[in-house]
Write a new protein. Structure first.
Length: 144
């Protein structure tokens, strides 16, 4: 075999190994990737379908929407344009309040978010950039 053919085989082998490795890494990560949406984006994207993937929604807890019965908690989250109803079975974080910012992770089914985790924010300075931008645009931003 001449040197040109050997070089071509080596280059092809390297590209093949790189492609297979990239595919395996991306395939392993796809179950762990969680996308972040505002309530408006969530309704636009998933309104008429059930989402099988876990998503994160960020916004403000709607005042007077909190209902708690034992460990079942129901409330609504908004970005000042749209709101999404949330149901959660668990203990809420200590900083969870109506009118405060939250990030909710869970599964969106039709018009309800079944939460698996709730993160309460004590200050808008720590709010995700997308939610902060929406609040600034609406005039509800309280941060620096």
């Amino acid at each position: 075999m001449n040197p040109k053919a050997q070089r071509s085989i080596v280059i092809f082998s390297i590209i093949l190994v790189f492609t297979i490795t990239t595919f395996l890494v991306l395939d392993a990560l796809k179950d762990n990737i969680v996308f972040f949406y505002s309530p408006t984006e969530t309704l636009e994207k998933f309104k008429y379908q059930e989402n099988q993937n876990k998503i994160r929604i960020g916004g403000l807890v709607v005042k007077n929407s909190l209902y708690q019965n034992n460990s079942i908690v129901k409330f609504a989250v908004t970005d000042q344009k749209n709101k999404i109803n949330v149901i959660y079975d668990g203990i809420l974080p200590d900083l969870f309040r109506e009118g405060q910012g939250v990030v909710i992770e869970g599964y969106f089914k039709k018009d309800l978010l079944e939460a698996t985790e709730i993160l309460a924010k004590h200050d808008e300075n720590y709010m995700p950039k997308e939610v902060a931008d929406i609040l600034k645009k609406e005039g509800n931003w309280k941060g620096n």
